[in-house]
Design a protein around this ligand. Structure first.
Ligand code: NAD
Length: 358
């Protein structure tokens, strides 16, 4: 289907207007809108403005509560616990990370948890907050309140969600920050949505159908009984997803997805994160020396395909930002229609919505 490129500013303006019409204060709407657009710019359309319809559906169902601040549950030195109260994830997770970063300046290391946040989006955004402050951070996130989407290794049906992991390391004078930020499923669920909306098949090894058989058809995730995503890297991705579920869902006091916990149908993220100050370990100079030396060494490997050089985590997103900053963000026709319907659901006519994004 036809995709229309839009600028980041157009998408920000429209998204912010929809969220404000849904009850968010302007600052909240702008923050969430920018977060979604930044995901598009980074090349992760799965976590971009295509999430707006889901956010508005959940808002209408009372599963997302606008203008909610993160509530401190525990403040105990190097341990901070927050409850997100179903607030927009970017806002409450941002507050939890800001508090962790400030505390880390005193304690050198902080373990922070956030329970019960509405979808926090691209987890890399929180890693980037830590790197910008010169800190290393590790983030483990689970997803609850939601139907299961990912099958356990050797299983045939979905039992958990896409449990992302992020590890961020600050950059040097030469090397931008390194950012590992990935779902533990073979691809993020939003990428299945994008494939469905664009009418594409997904690559092999990503999905199974309702009978547990491999398939490339993204529609298996949108019917009942449903298919399931598989974890990345077979048993290893599965093992990482299991511990991520427990770190994020059990340590935070937010639940894991086990059936003893209520599912209302929202997208709740719980996060366990650690921020640490490299100055308190082997030191910043040593870290920088080793980053530069190691990254140079990696990138010196002759590429198997000369048009695809060796990269490090964070490079693809930086490249996408440059490219999409120039050429715009393509929004496929199905996603665009869903966004217009979300606008209408909060009282913005499609003509006005289209004008906001023009
Ligand atoms: P992905 O597979 O595109 O990329 C994952 C990581 O691999 C990135 O850190 C990237 O820099 C790195 N990478 C890619 N190509 C590389 C290369 N050639 N060399 C070195 N490193 C390379 O990401 P994904 O798994 O589809 O996840 C997409 C986004 O979805 C992430 O931002 C994640 O936080 C988000 N997500 C969020 C939730 C949630 O519930 N909030 C759930 C799942 C995923």
């Amino acid at each position: 289907m036809q995709a229309t490129p839009r600028t980041a500013d157009q998408l920000r303006k429209l998204t912010s207007a929809i969220l404000q019409a849904g009850g968010s204060a302007a600052a909240e709407a702008d923050l969430v809108a920018d977060h979604l657009v930044q995901a598009n710019l980074a090349g992760h359309d799965s976590h971009g403005v295509g999430m707006v319809p889901s956010y508005i559906r959940q808002l209408k169902a009372g599963l997302v509560i606008p203008n909610t601040r993160a509530k401190v549950v525990k403040d105990d030195g190097a341990v901070l616990m927050f409850d997100g109260g179903r607030g927009y994830g970017r806002c409450v997770a941002g507050e939890a990370m800001e508090a962790a970063i400030a505390r880390c300046r005193q304690t050198g290391v902080v373990a922070v948890t956030l329970a019960n946040a509405a979808h926090i989006g691209r987890v890399g955004a929180y890693g980037e907050m830590a790197s910008a402050a010169g800190l290393v951070s590790l983030h483990f996130v689970n997803v609850t309140d939601h139907r299961a989407l990912v099958a356990p290794f050797r299983g045939t049906d979905a039992r958990f969600v896409t449990n992302p992991v992020c590890i961020a390391i600050p950059g040097t004078d030469r090397q931008p920050p390194l950012l590992l930020d990935m779902a533990t499923s073979a691809i993020a669920m939003g990428k299945v949505r994008v494939a469905k909306n664009e009418g594409h098949l997904v690559p092999e090894g990503i999905l199974i159908d309702e009978n547990g058989k491999p398939t490339r058809d993204p529609n298996v995730m949108y019917r009942e009984p449903s298919g399931a995503l598989q974890t990345f890297g077979g048993h290893k991705g599965y093992a990482l997803a299991v511990v991520t579920e427990l770190l994020a869902g059990a340590l935070s006091g937010g639940p894991t997805i086990q059936p003893g916990n209520v599912r209302k149908g929202g997208t709740i993220n719980n996060m366990f994160a650690v921020a640490l100050d490299p100055a308190r370990l082997a030191g910043v100079d040593w870290l920088r020396r080793e980053i530069d030396g190691f990254v140079d060494y990696l990138k010196g490997s002759p590429p198997a395909d000369p048009s695809a050089p060796v990269l490090v985590p964070g490079d693809p997103e930086r490249r996408a930002r440059q490219e999409r900053g120039r050429s715009g963000i393509e929004v496929d026709a199905t996603t665009w229609e869903e966004i217009l319907q979300a606008a209408e659901a909060v009282g913005i006519s499609r003509e006005k919505a289209t004008a906001l994004a023009s």
